[in-house]
Ligand binder design. Structure first.
Ligand code: 5AD
Ligand code: SF4
Length: 447
């Protein structure tokens, strides 16, 4: 069949869709770009906020309507929302053909074959503690994701992730490194290591390393050791990882970021709130002060490190004073970018039992205020780059203006520059920044 996967949600979902696509191709199906051409369309769904679920349901319904035009059309759901709703999805989307749980995606080719042979519909729950990680990748771009940690064992009061992605499981380091080697051989230059709480890699369950770090080794903690091993893979020029938690921002992590040139100076470190009272209700496990200390630890070793974050506004009980504490923390940390989300109660989470008492209009206002604050800080952070040199992984002609080329700095900022001989896609270039815009840096190649 021809097929297409629509992906909502986080990078973990992007990675899962890619692995499913690779498995479907291996089973003889053909990936297409145009939805009208696709016999099989899968929606990889997200559950993190109510709106994300509404979008996926809406999309699934539309896809089912289009069955009228294409009698071969098969529609499936995967990902977090499919996991959360299970068979209930068939009631919400009556003509849905199949749904699979978040850790059962590797069964999709089999499900498709079964339905092709016998018709009907299927819900495959799988085992929420399954640790079989599909390793296929459709292609090999400059940059690829590699999942190192499944699920999440934290119990943040608002978060559906532990329910829909199951318990934390760290892949053996040898498997991760093998996957990276395979990608590097195909020309991949940048790897992003993924996990809901990626710095917890190797802290729980079976040991991820067959043996302890040798005497005198620079790193002994599992995640820094993994960074070191991935950095040693020939061809890998850059390593990113996401998302972090302050508890994982150890001295050793900071040293690894400083001493391993391939490790990018960027960490996405969701703070969620700057109010200790709200952080406690959220069960985040740190205070605002401890969060700042974690950032300071990184900055002490890696002064240029870019810190990005997630913030929730309108958590139950969030007062004006709590909100102002978040604004103050933003000004103190000076994030390079912030993603602001309006609180959305998720069924089954602890905070869903509490009154969602911040009115929608007030959530809106807080959202806009924080975005404006962040814009101001972000512009200043970018302007501070003018006159300095950034290291850029060259991607090729810029989307906006084909005369110019673009790439990303280690800090993950888009950098645009005029091309020159000897600079090729996939190479690392040094660019002197001459001009800063809110979302983009402009500069000239340094010979
Ligand atoms: N409501 C709003 N935002 C949420 N997030 C997680 N759960 C919720 C929720 N119930 C946000 C957090 C997280 C990001 C991926 O989504 O900020 O870091
Ligand atoms: Fe959700 Fe992140 Fe907390 Fe896990 S660590 S429960 S993903 S907010």
């Amino acid at each position: 069949m021809t097929f297409l996967i629509h992906t909502y949600g986080c990078q973990m979902n992007v990675r899962d869709s890619d692995a499913v696509a690779a498995a479907l191709i291996a089973a003889g199906h053909r990936l297409v770009e145009d939805e009208a051409e696709a016999d099989l369309v899968i929606v990889n769904s997200c559950s993190v906020r109510g709106k994300a679920e509404d979008k996926a349901i809406g999309k699934l319904r539309l896809l089912c309507v289009a069955k009228r035009e294409n009698p071969r059309r098969m529609v499936g759901a995967m990902g977090c929302m499919a996991q959360r709703l299970g068979e209930e999805l068939f009631r919400l989307v009556p003509r849905l053909d199949f749904a699979v749980g978040s850790r059962a995606a590797r069964f999709i080719p089999q499900v498709v074959a079964d339905l092709q042979a016998a018709g009907g519909r299927q819900w495959v729950a799988g085992d929420i503690a399954d640790s079989d990680v599909p390793t296929g990748h459709v292609g090999a771009g400059l940059s690829e994701f590699v999942t190192i940690l499944l699920g999440c064992n934290r119990r943040c009061a608002y978060c559906i992730v532990p329910t829909v992605r199951g318990p934390e499981y760290s892949r053996p380091a040898e498997d991760v490194v093998e996957e990276v080697r395979c990608l590097a051989r195909k020309g991949v230059r940048e790897i992003t290591l993924l996990g809901q709480s990626v710095l917890r890699y190797g802290l729980l369950g079976a040991p991820v390393w067959p043996a302890p770090a040798p005497q005198g080794a620079p790193f002994t903690e599992p995640f820094p050791r993994l960074l070191e091993a991935v950095a040693a893979v020939p061809g890998i020029q850059r390593i990113r990882f996401t998302s972090g938690h302050p508890a994982g921002c150890t001295e050793e992590l900071a040293r690894a970021m400083r001493d391993l040139p391939a490790v990018c100076p960027h960490l996405h470190l969701p703070v969620q709130s700057g109010s200790d009272r709200i952080l406690k209700l959220m069960r985040r496990g740190y205070t605002a002060e401890q969060y700042v200390e974690a950032v300071d630890r990184l900055r002490a070793h890696v002064p240029d490190v870019a810190i990005t974050t997630d913030i929730i506004v309108g958590f139950p009980g969030e007062t004006e004073e709590d909100f102002e504490a978040t604004r103050a923390l933003m000004r103190r940390v000076r994030f390079d970018n912030s993603f602001v989300f309006k609180y959305s109660p998720r069924p089954g989470t602890p905070s869903a039992e509490w009154e969602d008492d911040v009115p929608a209009g007030e959530k809106d206002r807080r959202d806009k205020v924080l975005l404006a604050d962040q814009d101001e800080i972000g512009v200043a952070q970018n302007e501070a780059w003018v006159g300095r040199e950034a290291e850029v992984l060259v991607e090729g002609p810029s989307l906006r203006n084909a005369q110019m080329w673009s790439g990303r700095s280690g800090q993950n900022k888009i950098v645009v520059f005029p091309p020159s001989d000897g600079v090729a896609r996939g190479g690392l270039a040094r660019v002197r920044i001459t001009r800063a815009r809110p979302q983009t840096l402009y500069g000239e190649l340094v010979k």
